[in-house]
Design a binder for this molecule. Sequence first.
Ligand SMILES: NC(=O)c1ccc[n+]([C@@H]2O[C@H](COP(=O)([O-])OP(=O)(O)OC[C@H]3O[C@@H](n4cnc5c(N)ncnc54)[C@H](O)[C@@H]3O)[C@@H](O)[C@H]2O)c1
Length: 373
Amino acid sequence: MSGSALRVGVLGAGNWARLAHVPGWQRDGRAQVAVVCDVDEARARTLATELGIPEATDDSHAVVTRPDLDVIDVVTPSQTHFELAWAALEAGKHVLCEKPVAYDFRQTRRAAEVARRRGLKTKLGFTFRYSPGVRFAKSLIDEGFTGTPFIFNGYEQNCQWLDPQVPLRQVDHTRDQSVLQTSSLEGYGAPIIDIGHWWVGADYARVVGTMRNFVPERVVRATGRMMRMNIDDGDIFIGEYANGALGSIQTSFVTIGNYPGIEARLYGSRGAIICRLVEERGVAETIHVATPDDVAFRELAIPARFYPPGGHPRESWRSLFYANLVRDFIDEILEGGARNQGSFDDGAWVQETINAVERSVHERRWVELPLDG
Ligand SMILES: NC(=O)c1ccc[n+]([C@@H]2O[C@H](COP(=O)([O-])OP(=O)(O)OC[C@H]3O[C@@H](n4cnc5c(N)ncnc54)[C@H](O)[C@@H]3O)[C@@H](O)[C@H]2O)c1
């Protein structure tokens, strides 16, 4: 580590870097964003000026190999994540990477192995795992509030792309449009699949799912024009966890409702928890619980200890949840040891589940996990 603070290089100077990542690092006095890099150098310069970052560049190779940086934060479009994260790990940096690290779980697993061998910490952009409400729920689960887990229901749904004029990104517009392309399951499914894994405490043993394209034509950002895009903009799957619990996941970006649109429900032998991360009337999230002797769900106040310094229930979820994520990553790096939650290992497991659901959809059958190889 160089100096007293962790020095961070941020790759990508787009929306999510501006709203979530850089504010997260800057909120914690133990880290300093030293440089921001974007292939569009003007964008890097603009963000550096706006948020007070000392350096801006368009050379990602030079950034990941700089000896004076401890952490590389990858906030670029999804298809670039693996190459950048891999280069950063090879250069000996701790890596925070937006999801997915790679579309094939085997690549994410390889990256996790490199990190482990080199004693480096990794973290995925599983934003919602770090919401105060989801963390509070996890602490209740760990204390035994829910007992044996029976059923997990997870949703990530909102209407970000219901209007076909809103430019779609993160899709391959050159693909054969006669074949349904995974989209919402990947972008929206990953964080809620991760929460289910974390709360239930077991891997999926098998899954079966279905996906649908509801809005057939859209404006695509890469082309700037309206075109046929056969993407999954809504999907549902069910699964059996290895510990006997059952799970269901539903994701969509054409279902009416506000951001982020997460709902996680755990029903167990002793209690039930419903955590709802839907920004409504200025409040980012709520948590309700019920027990066998008090079956009417009641709202719980989220204790202050689950908030980042200065955080409160009416703060935007974008900066609120990310502040917790970044703070936890800084803790993990500075304390050393083995603790590393929401890591590339978790990312590989989530990606394997997504790959299994894709296989189930295309082959119209249940798929057993783990997948071969
Ligand atoms: N976890 C979440 O809740 C969440 C929310 C929003 C976005 N995201 C993810 O964050 C990532 C970025 O999303 P965004 O909305 O900021 O996109 P964006 O398009 O606004 O920004 C991405 C930036 O990366 C730059 N870029 C592309 N290739 C690069 C490279 N090789 N090196 C450096 N810069 C490069 C682009 O020029 C662009 O400025 C995506 O993977 C997205 O899925 C996650």
